[in-house]
Design a protein around this ligand. Structure first.
Ligand code: 5AD
Ligand code: SF4
Length: 489
C-alpha cells in the first residue's frame, strides 16, 4: 500500500525517540514503515513535513519531555507541518493530547503500529502540504470540522467572497490508534531501518501482564504477547546474512516469552539464536525474577555465543516492599536466582534496577536494599526515585516519601554502588577480553569496545581497526563505569 501519488514531491519526516530500548527498536520499525510508505527521513524538525515523537511515560520527567518539545515547535504548524505523538505517552494520555497540544494530528500507541500505513493514508488524504478547498458541509453542523472538540485548532479559513467555500488546513486532522490491551498482535514488519550495521535488536515479546504496583507499562504497552520462535529465528538468520554479528532480544519481560506456536521455551530460543551461523553475541533484556528459570543459566553455560551478562531488576532488597510492589518474589527467592548465575561456568556480570522511596519504604527497608547491593556485588545498577504514575495501584498508597528524602536515598545508594564497581572493575586489570569494536574516540585517541560482559573497554591500538570487528584487549586500568586497555597483538 502506498499513500504517495506518483508525481507528488516526496514527503519527509523527523522522528525523535525517548525512553527504553523497546522504544528505540519500535522507532526503527516505524522508520522502516514510513520509508516503505514513500517518506524520507530528515535530520531536523525544520526540514520535515511530519514531526513524530516516540514517547516514554515510565516516570513523570520522561513524560513531560514530549510536551516541552511540542510547545517548542508549535509555531511550525503555520508552515503546514504535522505533528504525531507515538508510544507510551500517546497510549496513556490518548485524546487528551489533542486538548493539551491542539497542533497534534496523530496519536498512536505501540499496540497500534501495525495500522500506521492506514493512518498515514488518512493523514495525507485530508492534509496536503497546502490548504485546499473543500465543499461546504451538507447541514448546519455537518462534518468533523465543526466538531466542538476541535475548537482551538482554528479549523476554518474564510475564502474570498464566497460564503459557502471553505478552506481547511491540514492541522485539523485527528487520527488515533489506541488499541491498548485488546491487541494480541506483535508489530512484525520486514521493513526495519536498523541504525547499527553490526548489532541489532529483535523484539520477541511485547506488552506486560505483571502489573507491578508502580508501573505504567501494562497500561501503555498492552497485554503480553509473544512471536513464534520460528519467526524470531528467521529474523535472526536474515540479520546474520546481512552481516550482523550481535543480536539483542528485547521484551518488557523477555524471559516470560511463550512461543505462540508452542515449539521452544525461552532458554531453547536463546540457544537456537546463539547457534545461528555468523552470530557471535546474543544478549537479552529485561528479565523478570519471577520467570527466571535455571534453564537460562544452563543455556548460557552450553552456548558460548550467549553473552556473560544478565540484567535482573530487583527493585528493592526488602521483601516487605517487594510485596507492596506486587513483584511476587521475596529477597531470598531473588538471591536464589543470583546464586544460579554465580554458579555458572563463566563469570557472568549481573546488573539491576532499583527504585528508592516507594510509598512506605522505611529506613530499615532501604538498609536492606543497600545490603543486597553488597551481597550480590552488581556490576551496574540503574537507580530511580519512585514516581507516581497514572492508573497504577501504587498511586493511591499512603506514606508517600518526600522528594528530598528520595533524593537522599538515591545518593546514598549510588555512592555505595560506586564503591562496589570501583572494586569489581579493578579485577579486570591484567586480564584479557574480547571486545566488539564500536568506533573511535578522536579526542581520547582510543578505540571504543564492549566486552561480552557488557563492560565498556576502551583501548589503544597501533593499527587501525574497523567498527563491528572483534579484538582481544588487555585491561590496563579501571574506572567505576568503564575499563581501559591495550590491543593484544
Ligand atoms: N517510578 C520509578 N521508577 C520506575 N520504574 C518503573 N516504573 C517506575 C516508577 N513509577 C523503573 C523500574 C524499571 C525501570 C525500567 O524503571 O526500576 O525496572
Ligand atoms: Fe512494569 Fe513490572 Fe511489567 Fe516490568 S514487569 S514492565 S516493572 S509492570
Amino acid at each position: 500500500m502506498s499513500g504517495v501519488p506518483q508525481q507528488a514531491p516526496q514527503k519527509t519526516f523527523y522522528l525523535e525517540t525517548f525512553g527504553c530500548q523497546m522504544n528505540v527498536h519500535d522507532s526503527e520499525k516505524v522508520v522502516g514503515t514510513l520509508i516503505q510508505e514513500g517518506y524520507r527521513q530528515v535530520e531536523t524538525v525544520e526540514q520535515a513535513d511530519l514531526i513524530l515523537y516516540n514517547t516514554c511515560s515510565i516516570r513523570d520527567k520522561a513524560e513531560q519531555k514530549v510536551f516541552h518539545r511540542l510547545a517548542d515547535y508549535k509555531k511550525l504548524q503555520a508552515q503546514g507541518k504535522k505533528f504525531g505523538v507515538l508510544g507510551c505517552v500517546a497510549q496513556q494520555e490518548g485524546e487528551k493530547i489533542f486538548e493539551r497540544a491542539p497542533h497534534v494530528s496523530l496519536v498512536c500507541g505501540s499496540a497500534s503500529y501495525n495500522k500506521l500505513p492506514e493512518m498515514l493514508v488518512q493523514l495525507n488524504s485530508v492534509g496536503d502540504t497546502a490548504p485546499r478547498e473543500i465543499p461546504p458541509p451538507a447541514g448546519e453542523n455537518a462534518g468533523v470540522w465543526d466538531d466542538a472538540g476541535f475548537a482551538d485548532s482554528s479549523p476554518l479559513i474564510a475564502h474570498g467572497s464566497s460564503r459557502d467555500s471553505r478552506l481547511r488546513t491540514q492541522d485539523l486532522v485527528r487520527i488515533t490508534g489506541l488499541d491498548d490491551r485488546q491487541t494480541d498482535k506483535c508489530f512484525e514488519t520486514e521493513f526495519t531501518a536498523r541504525t547499527n550495521p553490526h548489532r541489532g535488536y529483535i523484539t520477541i515479546i511485547e506488552g506486560c501482564d505483571k502489573f507491578c504496583a508502580y508501573c505504567v507499562v501494562p497500561f501503555t504497552r498492552g497485554k503480553e504477547r509473544s512471536r513464534t520462535s520460528d519467526s524470531v529465528l528467521a529474523e535472526a538468520r536474515q540479520m546474520a546474512d546481512l552481516g550482523y554479528t550481535e543480536i539483542q532480544l528485547l521484551g518488557q519481560n523477555v524471559n516470560s516469552y511463550k512461543d505462540s506456536a508452542g515449539k521452544r521455551s525461552f532458554a531453547e530460543l536463546l540457544a537456537a539464536i546463539g547457534e545461528v551461523p555468523g552470530i557471535k553475541r546474543v544478549r537479552f533484556t529485561t528479565s523478570h525474577p519471577r520467570d527466571f528459570g535455571r534453564d537460562i543459566v544452563c543455556a548460557v553455560d552450553a552456548v558460548p555465543t550467549l553473552c556473560d551478562h544478565i540484567h535482573l531488576p530487583v527493585q528493592s532488597g526488602s521483601t516487605r516492599i517487594l510485596d507492596a510492589m506486587q513483584r511476587l518474589y521475596t529477597r531470598e527467592q531473588y538471591l536464589e536466582r543470583i546464586a544460579w548465575m554465580k554458579s555458572a561456568k563463566r563469570d557472568l556480570t549481573i546488573t539491576t534496577d532499583v527504585i528508592v522511596g516507594f510509598p512506605g519504604e522505611t529506613e530499615d527497608d532501604f538498609a536492606q536494599t543497600l545490603s543486597l547491593l553488597d551481597e550480590v556485588g552488581y556490576d551496574s545498577v540503574f537507580t530511580f526515585k519512585y514516581s507516581p504514575r497514572p492508573n497504577t495501584p501504587a498511586i493511591s498508597l499512603e506514606d508517600a516519601i518526600p522528594d528530598a528524602e528520595k533524593a537522599r536515598r538515591l545518593e546514598v545508594l549510588m555512592a555505595r554502588q560506586r564503591e562496589i564497581q570501583i572494586k569489581r572493575n579493578k579485577n579486570y586489570i591484567g586480564t584479557s577480553h574480547e571486545v566488539m569494536v564500536e568506533g573511535y574516540n578522536d579526542s581520547r585517541a582510543q578505540w571504543i569496545g564492549r566486552t561480552s560482559q557488557n563492560k565498556p573497554l576502551n583501548f589503544t591500538a597501533a593499527t587501525s581497526l574497523r567498527a563491528g570487528t572483534y579484538a582481544q584487549v588487555l585491561g590496563t586500568g579501571s574506572f567505576p563505569n568503564s575499563l581501559i586497555g591495550q590491543l593484544v597483538v
